[in-house]
Ligand binder design. Structure first.
Ligand SMILES: NC(=O)c1ccc[n+]([C@@H]2O[C@H](COP(=O)([O-])OP(=O)(O)OC[C@H]3O[C@@H](n4cnc5c(N)ncnc54)[C@H](OP(=O)(O)O)[C@@H]3O)[C@@H](O)[C@H]2O)c1
Length: 294
């Protein structure tokens, strides 16, 4: 099977492309906008006709959460309308579509339990609204082939392209090593997810085909960003204080959910939830990218 990976220069895309051949699949990487902009549906359709992939994994998004508040049109074009194009063209050709979504469409109270696919969405930012639009477009326009896979707090070896190649863990370690004062929010609860594991989960979904629809795929367990940052520094052997702060103290332009831990209920019921606890993924990541100095 030939699998097209849109956004292969990003952290999730890079790990998927690396893992596909090991599972016996042929990877068809599309690095990013320069090669094929997903907002150009005509170009996407002709790419499908030339390359004839069996499945498309779309990791591309306009996911600068704060910038989306100022650039609604761009956010809507990339996160909702472009995804409609992907869904329509994949459905027409019977090509599987895996649309990566986000936990930010949810927003439960801080003392919630992990939120399954049936939980109501509460998109409270332009980013969340436009990403929910992408979820709906996939489910509506690709009913026979479309999988929406919502995830959370990604960290992978390639680093987040949008954030200049640094993900949250990298940023924490960089700032701590520079000895700068650190403040991290303690009232947003998440399930940080390693991209190498998510790549394996996606590959298993392609192999097992549990059926089109909505899926949550995040690490097990939960933590605040503050707890996550402290765990990263401890594992990296860095002794540096991090002050816990509230979201209100940061006053970011876009709203962030207080609780957006997802429950992988559909994967679990299908017997194919292979995600592990976030601490396991973090330990593996730190061991690989920031091994202790001898
Ligand atoms: N990072 C997180 O913490 C997090 C949390 C929850 C969900 N997610 C979702 O997971 C997915 C992958 O995230 P990531 O962290 O791997 O992102 P990333 O590292 O920023 O990579 C995004 C990739 O998409 C490409 N891209 C962006 N706009 C494009 C467009 N219009 N057309 C074609 N390609 C485009 C980028 O390349 P160019 O810049 O060269 O175009 C890049 O290769 C996204 O949907 C993201 O919203 C991420």
């Amino acid at each position: 099977m030939k699998i097209m990976v849109i956004g292969s220069s990003g952290q999730l895309g890079a790990d998927i492309v690396e893992a596909l051949p090991r599972a016996g699949f042929q990877a068809l990487p599309v690095t990013g906008r320069q090669e094929l902009d997903i907002t150009n549906t005509v170009a996407f359709a002709s790419f499908l006709d030339q390359q004839r992939p069996d499945a498309v994994i779309n990791t591309a998004a306009f996911h600068n959460v704060d910038l989306c508040e100022r650039e609604f049109d761009s956010a809507y074009r990339v996160n909702t309308i472009a995804v409609r194009g992907l869904a329509v063209e994949c459905q027409k050709r019977g090509i599987l579509l895996f649309q990566i979504g986000t936990d930010y469409v949810m927003d439960g109270p801080v003392d919630s339990k992990p939120l399954p696919e049936t939980a109501p969405v509460h998109p409270k930012s332009i980013y969340a609204l436009t990403r929910f639009g992408g979820d709906c477009m996939t489910l509506t326009h690709a009913p026979a082939v479309g999988y929406v896979v919502r995830t959370c707090g990604l960290f992978g070896m390639a680093g987040c392209k949008l954030k200049g190649g640094l993900n949250f863990v990298d940023t924490m370690i960089t700032v701590a090593r520079a000895g700068k004062p650190m403040r991290v929010v303690a009232d947003q609860i998440v399930a940080p997810t390693p991209t190498d594991e998510l790549a394996q989960q996606l590959i298993l979904m392609i192999q097992r085909r549990p059926g089109p629809g909505l899926y949550h795929a995040v690490s097990h367990g939960q933590c605040s960003w503050h707890e996550f940052a402290c765990a990263a520094l401890t594992l990296a052997g860095i002794d540096h204080p991090i002050a816990p702060v509230s979201s209100g103290e940061f006053a970011a332009p876009a709203h962030r959910p207080g609780y957006s831990v997802l429950d992988n209920a559909v994967l679990r019921h299908a017997g194919i939830d292979i995600m592990t606890d976030w601490r396991t993924g973090l330990q593996r990541y730190i061991g690989k990218k920031y091994p202790p100095k001898r």
